[in-house]
Design a protein around this ligand. Structure first.
Ligand code: ZN
Length: 216
């Protein structure tokens, strides 16, 4: 361990990114209890069109919800490293294959407000784990209302129409793209982004997220 890491661990002892408990030596990112009790998502989901499958690590409930809230709204951007390691491990376990790794971006306005683009941080961490580049393929050029405020699936779909455009299609045309986001709910955002990527020439799109909501 580098001296700086050792000092940082002393001042800020590492805590479980989900329940906040202090980690024991030998534990990374998650405490032993969370590692065994968090709601693992079994396999993949398909909600919407234009992508093959979406691979979530967890079901969006309990401590997973609290953790993602702290990450997105509580300034805990360092969680991206842990999320990235969890997603990378899941991708290897499920043998998800791709050529280009990218993410669902937020708008410049939202990024200024939050201070960081949360899915970009996760995608960079996944890329670092898998030792592949993280490539920008999309831009959110219009600032829509948050998806969480849309009351039903139809309004979630219309809310994301024409807010994304592709950038540098030469980087992904004819290739298999892996699109990273934090959560999948109805699949409206992943569908719209996948559509934009496919129209711009992506051969196919596969998605990976930290968590998937349960659909009622
Ligand atoms: Zn925990």
């Amino acid at each position: 361990m580098r001296l700086l890491d050792w000092l940082l661990d002393l001042i800020y002892p590492p805590k479980c990114v989900f329940c906040g408990r202090l980690l024991h030596s030998g534990e990374t990112d998650l405490c032993g209890k969370c590692r065994h009790s968090l709601p693992d998502f079994d396999g993949s989901v398909k909600r919407g069109k234009f992508y093959r499958q979406c691979w979530p690590v967890y079901t969006y409930e309990g401590a997973v919800v609290d953790s993602i809230h702290r990450f997105k709204f509580g300034g805990m951007q360092q969680y991206a490293q842990a999320y990235g390691r969890l997603i990378a491990a899941m991708l290897l376990r499920c043998r998800v294959e791709f050529d280009v790794l990218t993410w669902v971006p937020i708008s410049a306005k939202r990024c200024r407000k939050r201070g960081y683009d949360q899915s970009w941080l996760i995608a960079k961490a996944v890329a670092g784990e898998l030792k592949v580049p993280c490539v920008r393929t999309l831009e959110k050029f219009r600032d829509n209302k948050p998806q969480s405020r849309q009351k039903d699936a139809a309004s979630r779909h219309s809310n994301v129409l024409n807010v994304y455009r592709s950038v540098h299609p030469e980087n992904f045309a004819g290739k298999r793209v892996l699109l990273i986001d934090d959560i999948i709910t109805t699949g409206a955002t992943l569908t719209e982004c996948s559509k934009v990527l496919r129209i711009a020439g992506a051969d196919e799109v596969e998605c990976a997220v930290l968590a998937a909501t349960m659909l009622r």
